[in-house]
Design a protein. Structure first.
Lengths: 501, 501, 501, 501
């Protein structure tokens, strides 16, 4: 009975009976293990011991209180144990990476000096922990080892990451700008599924914001309210859908990004909660049924270990084989998702459980855009999951271009959005010319809130607004309906990488 | 009453009553504030104080005397105040950037060793103040932050600047050179709107030449006279249109680049002055109704501050938000321009107020070239404002190529010129083969006069003449009418950036 | 008579009478010289002396005992000679390259940290001797000297190696991925010539595995058995076809890569042996009738000499001209191969001597794929010998793409495989979409067994399996027959080389 | 009267009376000035003084004796003057560049280690004087200043040199190699204008070989004889056409590259001499009627001065303008050539004065190839003068490709050759597949003889022979008539520059 001694706790150190100490209280999480969105393995690593620190990285303080039934709250540890644990947490020497992050935060430039999303990403790359950066920035079949190889081999190996291809693809689209058109009053606002947005940009689902900033997704929610845009909230957010909705302005529009559970009952329950909370649309995610191969994310623990010890790991033929988490961070998140969805089954099921608009997130080719239109959904988000899933997936702006040329009728049947690779107002304007109703930004908001909190997230919208308006005026458009396919031309030359300064 | 004490002057430090001291004389510029081509903000920064130094950077000594009514000349400051101000100006320690510039001027190579426009640009990049270089060289959505990002990120982001694309576009056009044609006497001369030019090159409008050299645009005017080419004078020149015309040779041809004021009466007044002064054509600027996003120019004050202090600015959450001039230098210049021009309104209006030939400067696609022909103007200048406005605007040589293939009839109805990205005589000859009557050079003259004054500007023409004649002879042309579209072929390969030595 | 003095042995130092000492036993190899697969020259270099060391690099200890008739085993050297030779071998100072290799092996990362074939190649490039690396990695018209030139010349010279083009070609193929398809159970297995394979990958013939690891090809054979894939054994393996078959699991499938001798009788004998040993198919090699020009391999002896002495060789006009082995390592291997094969002659001959399935290895264009189908063979391996033979040979994935578009009927008449340039699961999936039945990996297995022995070779298959399954699921395929040509699109842009970190 | 004092000689220091001392003998070259192939200016720089050193760089010792009438040989200088001049020549301190060259020669690798033309060029770049390297390697609109600019500017400027484009163009042609063809006996020989050649390669005209090696063009002549190929001798060779023919083997075939004098009588005289000497064909040069803009060559004197003094030249506003030789070395050579040649005039004139076969050297587009066929000449050499004349001239292999596709009939009417950008046997085989009868190498022979004399020149042929035979065997050809257009495919991807090791 509470208060517990650490000895008593330490006996419950397996999947059969798993207790953990968090902020000096003991919890029995044995039955919760299979439910944990981040997977059982990470909890079991701390079974019978203190899990406060790793818990705080991802979760808000009261998350566990909310999702665990009262009887599993076993009460506090003994006072001297509490004191010892707290002291240990305080006394723990900062890791080299933590020290680096602290120093970087002191050096970051004034927010007013951030003139572009790329500049914001640069700051984020400085101030993020290696773990957060690895998760946020990683993409499919990461190129790190290829880089290293190239440096020593006489042969160059070309293994592009889908992430950078998404961005580069925009550089193949040039404007046929029109002059002598009245653009003195230029209005960049639009609607998405009937909900108004101050600019044709929304927050695309992006997970685990607390890895970058303690307030997490709420930074983005508040900035979206202030700047008048719509946020799509991920099932895998580090805050619960309840907490995020609670932080929202009453008039604010939020959409929900659904990762469908393979168990229809659990999926149904989640949809009902979403509807009940007041989310205005369901974005069903279909491009992440399994985790992509994100090497930088997988490699992260080793890199940190080597950084800390100063010694690289070396091969020992006789050592037991290390168990590597090849699914990476994302693997844990999608473990129980439905891998057997079908147009003719899943869309009708979702229609049958909610009247909210349905958008399919993750369409990657013309054929599936047509299939979506035939399935009668309200919108599609052309996306390859930010290049984090299938390498060599066609860049979304290229899919949009093909759709505009091959099946312009699809745009009459549903709304089309894209995300992936957008860095500039010109990118947004190109997408709108080619028929997109709006574009999503994911990483940009994660990076900005990591670096500057809510003000950073708001800055993303402000930068985009100014660049979008300037680009609209300079192509001769005074509102979004003035943007036409003929204003954009896909050129046959390549934009080359710049030399470094 | 004059002479004034500095205390008295210092009380007039707001938009309500704004006095400034320039070369020890006091001026009341309150009513002039909204008229200032460079914007009110820059004046207000010096309201109630001494503005001599910043005034001298842009204006000739008697500029203010001319444009301010006599009653606003309030007379001198008191003798000891005058002495003190003069001493302060002299005693002011040179900034690190000023010292750098002085040293660079001592090291620059003999003018005879400058063999190409690129070499001239290299010298200019050395000897220009950071402020001048930032303004002259900046282009839309500058790539500086992208560069920095690339250096640290595993992902390359491709954000080409329109400026470099303009130049690179020429590298996709190769010659089908003809041999066995008599070219012993090769004449590169032509006419522009009926006025003769020794080579098919003119000075395209480029602003603020005094940033680079105290004599400013007059360096270019005199070089143009000597070398027999035509200068198009910008509304935003640092010298007045009167001063420039006064410096011209009586037989010299000058054109005027008009930025139309949104107030038709003011625009009319300016046109009438231009006509009265003897300018021979109006180039109506339509590609700069709002300022492009020129990051390097915006960033310039911070860069200088950091250079001087040796300390980068850092984020302070509690500091008041800094007011950033996001319009940059150009923003001030175009603030009051007409953003609601229309083919069917603006061209007839201009026709109604002058009989001078009208050229539309800033056409960026075939459709607008056709619109211009239908509007009955005398010429079009295919230009994206040197890549300083809309990023991913189609490079002018590409627009020319499309016009030649899709609507060759337009060349029969008006004269077509291009500017942007021209570095070599071969570039000029390619443009002429594709139907251009002449090409404009802007930055090249700014750079050259900054580095070597009038002799530098003349050198630009001499280099071009020699390269043009050589290229004409080697493609088999003895005069400009021998240059034909079939002599140029757009190839499907890319010219790659060279490695650095 | 044995035991022999070293003096006696040393008299037999020519092609007329050639004795060598190996592990202190004397052999008369005079009659064996023309039979030596590695050529007579290398043996003659050691004629009359001790050849133990170079012998051990390539051959297993009992190789000579097996292939030399008993009467040529002349018996041991005298005891004191044996002692002296052994001492000399032990006392021999390690070369700088040997020391480097030893150190590199101590530093190599844990096998569990190897996440890609590129990372494996990186380790191999560290731990391989220069000789092995030069032979394994070299490709046609190696670019080494071109690199050097580029570094000093104002002119860049572009001489791509076929090897890197093979890999880069894959980067022009992007996916049109399908979503909403049930892929929860994804099975990557297939059959090759009717024999089952756990993934659509086989070991393509690659020679001289002992250069990288003392166990040589057996590492690969055992890994193939364990992982359930098929190995194609090269005529030029460093182990005999008998030894490799002996090491195989009884249920394991092995194919044989035949280099046909120009003497039909010898070729017949080899085929009969192959059939007798239980190999299941003949891959007739037609892309290596002469050796390609592999400069890095040719240069290897000089590089090692310079490394050892610390002094580069310099030109001496009066020195006798050095005899350079321009054929390199491969030259010796193909010296006696048939250079006059013909479709109408060679295929019927092979059919007449065996009932095994026949695959032509080395088809490089559509026309020859059609010729093969007409000749009635069972399969073709589209291959340019890993880019080691003809520079600018069309990359195999491009040949496959052309075949799919121009002559899809060929896929109905025989099985099509490709090898060359494959690094990722996505590469394999692209090839299968375009009609390939399976793909071969050659160097990947050589590199992996060199670095980590049998475990390394198995790791190659494990990495491929995971990447293939992930890619299949993300394109919407639950087994290999779901992969269709329309899932792959050849794009018109280039994937650029990455910058180095 | 001789012997002359130096004072007497020094009075004849102008174009009116110009004496020079060479090897201590006095010559009156006043009347010879306008005849000097290298121009009068270079002689006048030494008028009245000792010109021995500069004379020796270009000319063989007895050149002047031969071309100057006896009465202009004024006899020796006085003995003490002779002694003093000789001592001065000996005592003259070596320049830094001369010292560098001497050291480089000591370090060059054995000729047997040279495995490619690129490696040979690398050695030449080390051992050549800066003057020779600048002349040999320079190309039109050299990119040197562009390089420098790129290093400092945020904007990249793309100014490719025609020279490197010539080479890079080959990388767009890939093979459709055929297998299963009997190539055991592969014969690379061919005929050119009916004269046999051991390989389909000839020496293309290249001037001033003595800049690189004292024996000059004779190195090449002797190597050509030994290796059985044909040499085309330039009008601008540093040895006379008489000397070169005298060094030739009696059975050796030499062609003559004619730069036609604008004075038809002088041109006629030269042709008659050529015919009389036994040259077998006239290659009329039409791609160099004026000198291209070769910046590196122009810049050479300044670079050497700066190297010697250690101080860069700087701008002095008051200094007299330096007279720059903008024609460079080539300018002097083509000064008196005919710039008004015409198909309908020049070809008939040449036919009227000789029965030798006529080849037009310098055709750069399909239209002129057709014009040549209509003019009835015997051959055309597709050439842009090694990229030294018009920048962005279409690369010769691209012209050949267009000719093969657009006007295959032309190949039936005359022989077609190409030069420019050839580095490999595969390049030669590609050209032959596309219809060329043979290819010319120019710089390759200059570089090789500079580095290794006659043996170097022979090595070029040996390298080419081996690479050509290997490539022919690997594409499935046993003689040159087996090479067909369908064996080569122009691909739509770019070959990228390699990273530096």
């Amino acid at each position: 009975m509470a208060p517990w001694s650490l000895n008593e706790v330490s006996e419950h150190n397996s999947a059969q009976s798993c207790w953990v100490v968090i902020h000096n209280n003991v919890y029995d999480v044995t039955e919760f293990l299979p439910e944990h969105p981040g997977g059982a393995a990470i909890i079991l690593r701390y079974a019978g011991g203190d899990a406060t620190e790793v818990y705080d990285q991802i979760h808000v303080p009261d998350a566990l209180d909310k999702c665990l039934p009262g009887e599993k709250h076993l009460g506090p540890v003994q006072p001297d144990a509490a004191r010892r644990l707290t002291e240990e947490r305080i006394a723990r020497k900062k890791t080299k990476d933590e020290v680096r992050v602290e120093e970087a935060h002191k050096r970051k430039p004034p927010l007013s000096h951030i003139l572009s999303l790329a500049a914001m990403e640069k700051v984020a790359s400085d101030v993020l922990s290696h773990k957060a950066w690895s998760y946020y920035s990683s993409s499919s079949d990461d190129t790190i080892s290829a880089f290293l190889l190239v440096a020593i081999s006489p042969v160059e190996i070309y293994i592009p990451a889908a992430y950078s291809e998404n961005a580069r693809a925009f550089s193949r689209f040039f404007f046929n700008a029109r002059v002598m058109r009245p653009v003195g009053d230029c209005d960049p606002s639009t609607t998405i599924l009937g909900y108004s947005s101050s600019i044709p940009v929304f927050v695309s689902g992006a997970a685990l914001a607390r890895l970058g900033h303690p307030k997490g997704e709420i930074n983005i929610t508040r900035a979206a309210a202030k700047e008048g845009i719509i946020q799509m909230v991920s099932s895998n957010a580090s805050l619960s859908k309840e907490d995020i909705m609670a932080a929202a302005d009453p008039t604010q529009t939020l959409f929900f990004q659904l990762y469908k559970n393979r168990d229809d009952d659990k999926a149904l329950k989640r949809v009902q909660e979403v509807v009940g909370l007041g989310y205005k649309a369901i974005f069903l995610t279909v491009d992440a049924i399994v985790a992509g191969n994100r090497e930088e994310d997988i490699r992260c623990p080793w890199v940190l270990e080597e950084l800390e010890s100063g010694k690289p790991a070396v091969w020992d033929e006789n050592a037991p084989v290390e168990d590597v988490n090849l699914g990476g961070t994302a693997g844990n998140l999608v473990n129980r998702d439905d891998r057997n969805m079908k147009w003719e089954k899943t869309v009708p099921w979702l229609r049958s459980v909610t009247t909210l608009p349905i958008v399919i997130k993750g369409v990657q080719c013309v054929a599936d855009a047509v299939a979506a239109a035939e399935a009668g959904v309200d919108g599609i988000l052309l996306s390859n999951h930010g290049g984090r899933q299938l390498d060599y997936s066609m860049p979304p702006i290229e899919v949009l271009y093909r759709l505009q040329r091959q099946r312009p009728d699809v745009f009459l049947k549903l709304e089309v959005y894209i995300d992936g690779g957008i860095y500039r107002g010109t990118d947004v304007v190109k997408a709108l010319c080619l028929g997109a109703k709006a574009v999503g930004l994911g990483r940009a908001f994660l990076y900005a809130q990591s670096a500057y909190g809510e003000a950073g997230a708001a800055k993303v919208v402000q930068l985009m607004r100014r660049e979008i308006v300037t680009a609209m005026q300079l192509v001769g458009a005074s509102n979004v309906t003035d943007l036409k396919p003929e204003m954009v031309e896909r050129v046959d030359w390549e934009c080359l990488p710049k030399s470094k300064l």
